[in-house]
Design a protein around this ligand. Structure first.
Ligand code: PHE
Length: 340
């Protein structure tokens, strides 16, 4: 029986060590340790041994069983480990490969300009407010002291939805909305799309973007307006910028002004871009809020006064980035927009 056990030990050992298949390993287990397994059979036959033989053979049989079991467990672990490693190798992602498929975009030059303007005014204590592109004729014209015969109210200048509703022609609607909602004192900026019946060319588009500001408080005058605009222009374009105020007319401000700044192309020398004037024209419109406008919003013009300003974001982006054609901003050609 000792020889029998030794033979089982030798062959089982060889088989366990030489198999690479978990399923084959399982077969080996059944073949030796299963209910009808070879080792099990031998152990069952122990009863027939004599009293002297039994402890000797018994302890040898136990050694054989323990050795084979340990060998089996170890091989099982090894095969599982191998299988896992093979799976990992197969599923491994090489993250250094083909980085061209992911292109990261960036902000549109108009959005960048708008955010830069907002940041500058927020630093000066202004709050950013938002309002609708479709608004009332009242907010766009009447409350802004724009007389019924004003040419900008004409059908050939403005997109009407019906007699009382239109696509706003200016962000000045937000002056009215802000004063009605927030009352005085206030300090707000607001921006967004505006619409006018313009034919498209290199400097005109029926849709463009404006940035509006309004301050209402006690004792506000033209001096505050000029100081604020001067600071803003120098912050945006540089310390060496000159600012020029030309008298102008807006129905909702009195006095009113249009603001020019040093031509960014020639820095004031005179060049084709500025028609040899040295000035970038009409960067913004501004003025002291007309008393009628305050009154229309329930604010007493004998107590409060204010100033307002409005500018084209597209215009500023074009000056800032040297873009000559406004249409390029709206065509969404990623090759063009990707430059800024
Ligand atoms: N809304 C005016 C325009 O579109 C600009 C402006 C705003 C002028 C605020 C004065 C004050 O031309």
């Amino acid at each position: 029986m000792r020889e029998q056990l030794q033979a089982v030990l030798d062959t089982a050992k060889k088989e366990i060590l030489s198999t690479n298949e978990p399923s084959r390993l399982e077969e080996i287990r059944v073949q030796y340790f299963g209910k009808k397994g070879e080792l099990t059979q031998i152990l069952r036959g122990m009863g027939k041994l004599s009293a002297e033989e039994r402890p000797v053979i018994g302890s040898f049989a136990n050694e054989v069983r323990e050795e084979l079991e340990a060998l089996y467990e170890k091989r099982k672990d090894e095969l599982e480990e191998e299988q896992l490693q093979a799976q990992i190798d197969e599923e491994l992602l090489d993250v250094t490969l083909d980085k061209r498929t992911q292109r990261i975009g960036h902000r549109h030059p108009l959005l960048k300009t708008k955010e830069e303007l907002e940041d500058l005014f927020v630093e000066m204590g202004f709050t950013v407010v938002d309002g609708p592109e479709i608004d009332s004729v009242e907010n766009n014209f009447d409350a802004l002291n724009s007389p019924k015969n004003h040419p900008s109210r004409d059908l050939s200048d403005t997109f009407y939805i019906d007699a009382e509703t239109l696509l706003r022609t200016q962000t000045s609607t937000m002056q009215i909305r802000a004063m009605n909602e927030l009352g005085a004192p206030l300090r707000i900026v607001s921006s967004g799309r505006v619409f006018r019946y313009d034919d498209v060319d290199d400097t005109h588009s029926p849709m463009f973007h404006q940035f509006e500001g309004l301050v209402v408080d006690k004792g506000i005058s033209l001096a505050n307006l000029i100081e604020t605009i001067n600071i803003f222009v120098k912050e945006l374009f540089g310390e060496d910028m000159q600012v020029r105020y030309r008298p102008h007319y807006f129905p909702f401000t009195e006095p009113s002004t249009e603001v020019d700044v040093t031509c960014l192309v020639c820095r004031g020398e005179g060049c084709p871009a500025c028609n040899n004037t040295g000035w970038s024209m009409e960067l913004l419109g501004a003025g002291v809020v007309h008393p009628n406008v305050l009154r229309n919003c329930g604010i007493d013009p004998d107590v409060y006064s204010g100033f307002a300003f409005g500018m084209g974001i597209d215009r500023i982006a074009m000056v800032k980035y040297g873009i000559k054609d406004i249409r390029l901003l709206f065509e969404n050609d990623a090759r063009f927009l990707g430059q800024f």
